[in-house]
Design a protein around this ligand. Structure first.
Ligand SMILES: Cc1cc2nc3c(=O)[nH]c(=O)nc-3n(C[C@H](O)[C@H](O)[C@H](O)COP(=O)(O)OP(=O)(O)OC[C@H]3O[C@@H](n4cnc5c(N)ncnc54)[C@H](O)[C@@H]3O)c2cc1C
Ligand SMILES: Cc1cc2nc3c(=O)[nH]c(=O)nc-3n(C[C@H](O)[C@H](O)[C@H](O)COP(=O)(O)O)c2cc1C
Length: 783
């Protein structure tokens, strides 16, 4: 077999090694345009898990790599004169140059032919090769040449960065967030061998411009960085090696294979340096390719298997990298944070590390995080313990005069079980049990302001006396038997009205018994949905009046809070999104116009709703669709509602148009809550695939939301909050006297369960290489 590999970086060399081990008779040649020891960059970083993989696939190179390594366990975050260290991270650094020399030597030993200073510009010269590996790096000429087949997407990110080195020794992966006269600079630094560390500097484009870096050469910009970070560099120099400032390109390719050619490493997909995974991904691609080549009957099937089998892992890493890079791009959002909360945000930015996970590894750090959170709560007038505070989830919150005992919320959820809009026994049990379950706040399902405002025939309403009496019975039960506050969500279905019950076909039009629907513009939801009537001024006035009348009824029922539903493509949302609003009058066009009617309704409600009771608005912070609402629009929308007196923005997303492309995942809407909260400076509630109390604490402690709502988890577990309270020892959680023995038991058992869980986790966790090395080099204690 003949294999040609274009590019002698980590991907190309490691692929050559593994393929040659498998096929000692194969003719494998690597073509590299640079000289053998001519390498840019300084150190590379691998996690313990990646090194385990290297050990499994080629132990000679693994051994040589790890001999040269620097190990560290801690991450240190420097911010505004403070430093916070978190242990248990298990990382290793090595020089990129040594890594390449080790891989070259190993490849040669195995009989791979290496051609240096050989630039390949046409794959035609490998016409007789069975396999051509395109490992030609981030600017891959071959990916671009076959752009139609590989279909790359290149997202050039806004921040500027430059790789440099230093002789400054470091004993932790070090993040330094530095304020300067021009704006914030960030250093990501780690040691990779004795006396050598990598320094990646990053800043936003405006700070870059203000600092005049565009006009400086490599040496001058290194001098500028040395001056900014001089207090930390401690007299050590910064070293350069092609250390030009650039923008990071996030590369994704739709296809990785064309005929017998395959993309590997940076050529096919990149991962931002803030999660240190570029070289890891490149070498693990080589492992995946070698695995596929080992087992598949033909090269063509091997390449297919490589692409299919590897894609998910690469996309997962890229997603984590995306989330992380966005955090760094928006670091100014958190600049005013308490330093320990800021450090917690750095640690938990890409979702892999959580509150509970840090509690195991760095209990003192989490105790500080809890205290900082509690101090903020105390500053708002709550008499709470700040020395040994409860976890953030169990800290109270006040909105106007409404006080919530904790931050867990039952999200609004239609039950499709009302008769002519009247909530019945099902609703009493449903809301009653969830309130008793301990959530601080509970929302009603979308409660419709008129018969024709309903989504389905099963939707609850609040437009007549019978409905008012039925809701009052439920509110009374909740207030008598629980500590939960109860918010009424009012809405109008708009063009998504007159549709079937959820279990008969969500958003599908009713076949009979429907009613006329209205919207901002006459655009049907599905092509076969009813075409809505475009609302005229009279219709708007009527709808506004219906909202106000329902709010007045809500007040008479005794609800504690009112939410206006402006999300999910319903009537008010249809005004806000440009995808559903094509009006040419004062209610269409710019966002300011599209917001006009929803704001009018909000203001009318605010005037009618008692001043001491809070109001929220639910928005779709993105339409997940081309040309639709984006996170930046959501900030403007939130600001407009905040000016009109909103107390909380309930940040949801999507459901505006049927061809949206949401990116689901754990806590997938939280970044929007983060953006709205920390840019518009308004309290937010986040929601969406949040399933554990650990996630709730992580979100709250990092300052990404003020309240956390759970929808589906509450459908199957009304007692979610009381169980979490037992786990975190929040003894004050409300429990009705009838259920007190159950509470006592779960609290007693939880202490032991938690201890068992922690012991198990600690036992199951293998020692990091840093810990093993520290143990091996520890002097024996004197007897
Ligand atoms: C300036 C810079 C500095 C970096 N520094 C670091 C660092 O310090 N630490 C770290 O972890 N990561 C660093 N990275 C990222 C990291 O290098 C990559 O993620 C990783 O090397 C990817 O491996 P690869 O084999 O896919 O690509 P590369 O390492 O880029 O290797 C591709 C190779 O192909 C060669 N090549 C390209 N075209 C041709 C051609 N037509 N013919 C022949 N040869 C060709 C190139 O010369 C190169 O050697 C750096 C990246 C850049 C751009
Ligand atoms: C059965 C069901 C009904 C829902 N009804 C409503 C509703 O009436 N009003 C609303 O704003 N959101 C509604 N939602 C959306 C939820 O409030 C929540 O935003 C969504 O389920 C995501 O959160 P989760 O992942 O915790 O379930 C509903 C969700 C479900 C599952």
């Amino acid at each position: 077999m003949k294999i040609a590999i274009i590019g002698g970086g980590p991907a190309g060399l490691y692929a050559a090694i593994l393929l040659r081990k498998q096929r000692p008779d194969a003719e494998i040649t690597v073509y590299e345009r640079n000289r053998a020891d001519d390498t840019f960059g300084f150190g590379v970083v691998f996690s313990d898990a990646t090194l385990d993989n290297f050990e499994k696939y080629d132990s000679p190179s693994y051994r040589r790599i790890t001999q040269e390594f620097a190990y560290w366990d801690d991450i240190a975050v420097h911010f505004r004169g403070t430093v916070h260290r978190v242990g248990g991270n298990g990382f290793c650094g090595c020089s990129r140059r040594n890594l390449l020399l080790i891989l070259q030597q190993r490849a040669r030993e195995l009989g791979v032919v290496l051609h240096f200073e050989t630039e390949i510009d046409d794959e035609a010269r490998f016409a007789d090769a069975d396999l051509i590996v395109l490992a030609d790096g981030i600017n891959s000429r071959f990916r671009e040449k076959h752009i139609e087949d590989f279909q790359p997407e290149i997202d050039v990110r806004s921040n500027m960065f430059a790789w440099m080195g230093s002789t400054r020794p470091l004993d932790a992966f070090t993040f330094i967030f530095q304020e300067t006269e021009w704006g914030p600079f960030i250093a990501h630094a780690y040691q990779y061998e004795a006396g050598r560390s990598t320094w990646i500097f990053e800043t936003d484009p405006k700070t870059f411009e203000r600092a005049g870096l565009a006009g400086l050469n490599e040496k001058q910009s290194a001098d500028r960085m040395a001056k900014i970070f001089g207090w930390f560099l401690d007299g050590h120099q910064l070293l350069t090696n092609r250390s030009m400032w650039r923008n990071f390109p996030m590369i994704r390719s739709k296809r990785w294979v064309k005929d017998n050619m395959v993309l590997l490493g940076d050529a096919k997909a990149t991962a931002h340096f803030s999660i240190g995974s570029g070289t890891k991904l490149a070498m693990e691609d080589a492992i995946a390719l070698a695995e596929a080549m080992q087992h598949a009957p033909t090269v063509a099937t091997a390449l297919q298997q490589y692409e299919q089998g590897r894609r998910e892992e690469v996309e997962k890493t890229q997603h984590a990298a995306d989330v992380s890079l966005v955090w760094f791009e928006h670091v100014d959002r958190f600049w005013e944070f308490d330093p320990v909360q800021f450090a917690f945000g750095v640690m938990t930015r890409s979702k892999a590390i959580t509150y509970d996970n840090l509690t195991l590894r760095a209990p003192d750090f989490v105790a500080e995080v809890d205290k900082a959170f509690a101090r903020q709560v105390r500053a708002r007038g709550f008499d709470i313990d700040v020395k040994k505070p409860l976890a953030p989830m169990f800290q109270p919150l006040r909105l106007r005069e409404m006080e919530l005992a904790n931050r867990a919320v039952v999200s609004p959820m239609c039950m499709y079980s009302a008769k002519e809009g009247v909530p019945g026994d099902f609703h009493l049990v449903h809301y009653g049990s969830r309130a008793i379950g301990g959530a601080g706040l509970m929302f009603t399902e979308m409660t419709c302001v008129g018969r024709d405002a309903r989504i389905t025939p099963g939707c609850a309403g609040l437009w007549n006396d019978e409905q008012e009496a039925a809701w009052r019975r439920i509110v009374d039960f909740v207030h008598t038997n629980s500590a939960a506050k109860f918010a009424l969500q009012l809405g109008h279905a708009g063009r998504k009205g007159a549709t079937k019950l959820m279990w008969d076909g969500i958003d599908r039009p009713l076949e009979e018994g429907g009613w006329d629907v209205v919207s901002a513009s006459p655009i049907p939801y599905f092509p076969d949905s009813q075409v809505p009537r475009e609302m005229d001024r009279a219709a708007m006035d009527a709808v506004k009046a219906a909202f106000v009348a329902a709010a007045e009824r809500g007040e008479r029922c005794g609800f504690d809070m009112l939410e206006l539903h402006c999300a999910h493509g319903y009537l008010l949302a249809s005004f806000i999104s440009p995808l559903t609003n094509e009006r040419t009058d004062a209610y269409g066009g710019a966002l300011e116009n599209r917001l006009r009617f929803p704001l009018e309704v909000f203001e009318a409600l605010r005037a009618a709703w008692p001043a001491h009771k809070p109001m929220s608005v639910r928005i779709s912070a993105t339409d997940w669709a081309e040309g639709g609402i984006t996170g930046d629009d959501a900030v403007d929308i939130a600001r407009a509602f905040a000016e009109a007196g909103v107390d909380l923005v309930d940040v949801s997303t999507g459901q505006t148009v049927r061809d949206a492309q949401p990116v689901y995942g754990r806590m997938f809407q939280t970044p929007f809550s983060d953006q709205v909260r920390n840019e518009a400076r308004v309290a937010t509630m986040c929601v969406g695939n949040i399933t554990t109390a650990d996630q709730i604490n992580t979100i709250l402690a990092a300052g990404r939301a003020d309240l956390v709502a759970l929808g589906r988890p509450h459908l199957v577990d009304p007692s979610f909050t009381i169980k979490a309270a037992a786990w975190y020892g929040a003894e004050d959680v409300f429990c009705p006297p009838q259920y007190q023995p159950g509470k006592e038991q779960i609290f007693r058992n939880s202490v032991r369960d938690r201890q068992d869980f922690e012991d198990l986790k600690i036992k199951a966790k293998p020692k990091t290489r840093a810990e093993l090395k520290a143990e091996a080099t520890k002097p024996l204690a004197a007897e």
